[in-house]
Design a protein around this ligand. Structure first.
Ligand code: UDX
Length: 439
């Protein structure tokens, strides 16, 4: 009999995982507590923007392999493998991860969970979570020693969520029993046959792999942004520096994009939660550098404002166009978005800010209602005394500088992502500034 799969929590991670598992041919049930999200998913509509995922979701809802429910008990009693994909956001006023959704899920599942089911955590969590979940389950249902636990971190990137889920760089499985590894080998068989590396380890290491990977990526970005600060002080060019060091295969050129820094629902909160958890277990000094990684990243947002003020003076009462609201292109996610943080700061300083974004306006308006928004780029540019390119949507690179020049009051642009063709913009009459570069 085919393995039945449940996915508890169908946010970005869970919705993608549920659709991907159904696409692999499994019968899947997704558990969602938010009624709006549930209604949308049940009709096969993705409640967020992710290229290519909506078609797969709809196809699998239509063919009946994928369905959604708000009833955790139903899913718990039905599925053989139960993936825990709930959110672990940052606690307000603390660096710790909020584990309340994970703990609530265990409480909801515990009394009903199928005999011998395997509970597989995928969310990014503080190390020690698997043991804590097991402890809580046994507290509620002391006789349920049959329930198995595993950890299987997810490394998907927004914008590539489906591709990363179906064809990941690696599969990491943390188990305390080889039989549980076999169950997951069976689940992921189509990928394993494709030659995707499989790492089987203990649950603790599996939990740590995820936070270590995200910490490394954040550190790499902050490293190059630290070099941008040095370039600014010394008069160098960080983009050339990044290209030159990136040729060394030991360093590699990816994630060396200097600019306004990283944001999103993962990297910022994950490095904070990791440092917090390391402190709790007596390993604080080992990852104290993550505090510095965070500070370098946040300083880059201020740097964008400095570049504007150096060029046009005080921003109070000045019209500023911000290109991009999302934390990265090909997403509608504005969580901890550097572009929105800069927009908020400009607004606080009294600037008249208009933000353009192709997909993120709705979410951005909710997060920062005080500035103006548009989905028409020429509207944002109209009358602007400074243009800030803060999210590298493809359409911004496609702008013809001479065509948009007549729209603005002052042809001045800050390339906060260091991806525009600076010579082209300059040749067509624009003043260009960029973090980490002397232009
Ligand atoms: C990240 C991890 O990449 C992924 O493996 C994990 O599962 C979730 O967190 P994601 O948040 O989708 O994925 O975004 P990512 O592509 O990693 O970018 C994060 C941030 O870093 C974005 O704001 C991006 O603009 C920024 N970034 C990325 C840079 O500033 N410079 C770079 O060179 C690369």
């Amino acid at each position: 009999m085919s393995i039945r799969i449940s996915v508890i929590g169908t946010g970005y991670l869970g919705a993608t995982h549920a659709a991907a598992m159904a696409e692999l041919g499994y019968e899947v049930i997704g558990v969602e507590v938010n009624p709006e999200r549930l209604a949308s998913l049940s009709q096969g509509h993705l409640p967020f923007y992710e290229p290519g995922l909506d078609e797969v979701l709809l196809a699998n809802v239509r063919n009946g392999r994928l369905r959604f429910t708000s009833d955790a008990a139903e899913a718990a009693a039905w599925a053989d493998v139960q993936f825990l994909c709930v959110g672990t956001p940052q606690v307000a006023g603390s660096d710790a991860a909020d584990m309340s959704y994970a703990f609530a899920a265990i409480e909801a599942l515990a009394p009903h969970i199928k005999q011998g089911a395997l509970l597989v955590g995928k969310s990014t969590v503080p190390v020690g979570t698997t043991h804590e979940l097991q402890r809580r389950l046994l507290e509620i249902a002391p006789d349920r020693t049959d329930v198995r636990f595993a950890w299987n971190p997810e490394f998907l990137r927004e914008g590539f969520a489906l591709e990363d889920t179906l064809h990941p760089d690696r599969i990491v499985i943390g188990v305390s029993d080889e039989a549980d590894a076999d169950t997951l080998r069976q689940v992921y068989a189509p990928m394993i046959t494709e030659g995707i590396p499989l790492i089987v380890t203990d649950v603790t290491t599996a939990e740590l792999v995820k936070v270590a990977a995200n910490s490394f990526l954040a550190t790499k970005i902050s490293f190059i942004n630290a070099m941008a600060e040095v370039c600014e002080a010394a008069g160098g060019d960080v983009t050339t520096l990044a290209e030159a060091i990136g040729h060394d295969v030991r360093i590699g050129s990816r994630f060396l994009g200097a600019g306004v820094g990283f944001g999103g629902g993962c990297l910022p909160k994950d490095i904070r939660a990791f440092a917090h958890r390391a402190g709790e277990i007596g390993a604080g000094p080992a990852v104290a550098f993550l505090k510095e990684v965070d500070l370098i990243n946040l300083r880059r947002r201020e740097r964008i404002i400095e570049l504007v003020e150096t060029e046009i003076g005080s921003v109070t009462g000045r019209r500023i166009a911000v290109l991009g609201a999302t934390f990265k292109p090909d997403s509608d996610d504005v969580r901890d978005s550097p572009a929105l943080a800069v927009s908020r700061r400009l607004h606080e300083l009294g600037a008249i800010v208009t933000v353009h974004d192709p997909k993120g306006v709705e979410n951005a308006e909710r997060a920062l209602p005080d500035v103006a928004y548009t989905t028409v780029v020429t509207e944002a540019l109209s009358g602007a005394e400074a243009v800030l390119h803060l999210t590298e949507w493809r359409e911004y690179r496609a702008l013809e500088p001479k065509d948009v020049l007549p729209l603005v009051a002052n042809p001045f642009i800050v390339d906060g992502r260091n991806v525009l063709d600076v010579a082209l913009w300059q040749n067509q009459g624009w003043t260009v500034r960029a973090p980490g570069r002397t232009l």
